[in-house]
Write a protein that binds this ligand. Structure first.
Ligand code: SF4
Length: 226
């Protein structure tokens, strides 16, 4: 399908039912006790942000009680809080918090999406689910024509972007995920890699806020390091 705008992609995403396992999971997941008075979103979660952004951030998938609850990726969970407070410190958002779709967050020169648009059990989409959802990521990447940099969060998002590059004629052989890595691939935005800001990484200090902010500041300058 040919999309003319990011809004057209988003409209298609939110009604998608291509992956039976994920549709069943997102729609039947019990609400957490702390959110029992809220109505969960329970649909695919589209990307959002500035359609003229120079930076695209790609995560793995919405969290079961984060994006799948709030309807916006990296919103209402620990990963989102960590990411958005880092974005704010680096000048990529108007506020440091990300709690709900109506919270006033505006991304500045930045667009955030996920490789898989539905929350997967144990945060583990299958290979088939990645493939099913890749057409949406492809569409977003092709429409965000001003993008100069792509930041992938975690190894799975990194691989998803490399599959996009490979499908579109780019050379990806030998590129390995390294936190802080910068990869120049002719014909594509400069690729940067970060550990995913999940509690498993941030609570253990594998990814600190200083590490992510420093990387975002480097991206702003599109620099190798320093
Ligand atoms: S993961 Fe993607 S392809 Fe699968 S149902 Fe959700 S939006 Fe559709």
């Amino acid at each position: 399908m040919n999309y003319r705008t990011i809004e057209e992609v988003s409209d298609q995403v939110v009604s998608c039912r291509r992956c039976k396992r994920l549709v069943s999971y997102r729609e039947s997941l019990p609400a957490r006790a702390s959110y029992s008075l809220e109505e969960y979103w329970r649909r695919p979660v589209a990307g959002y942000g500035d359609p003229n952004a120079r930076l695209i951030i790609i995560g793995l998938a919405p969290a079961a009680h984060g994006g799948n609850r709030t309807g916006r990726v990296f919103t209402g969970d620990e990963s989102g809080r960590f990411l958005v407070s880092s974005l704010h410190e680096a000048g990529y958002s108007n506020q440091p918090t990300s709690e709900s779709r109506g919270d006033g967050l505006v991304l500045l020169d930045c667009y955030i999406t996920a490789a898989v648009k539905c929350a997967p059990p144990q945060n583990r989409p299958t290979r088939e689910e990645f493939e099913n959802c890749s057409s949406y990521l492809e569409a977003e990447l092709s429409l965000l024509v001003r993008a100069e940099s792509v930041l992938t969060l975690g190894g799975q998002a990194f691989s998803s972007f490399l599959r996009h590059v490979g499908k579109n004629g780019g050379r990806v052989r030998g590129l390995k995920f390294t936190h802080g890595g910068r990869y120049v691939i002719p014909g594509f935005p400069t690729l940067y890699a970060s550990y995913h800001p999940s509690p498993r990484n941030t609570y253990t200090g594998k990814l600190t806020k200083r590490m992510l902010v420093t990387l975002l500041q480097r991206i702003r300058k599109n620099k190798q390091s320093g």
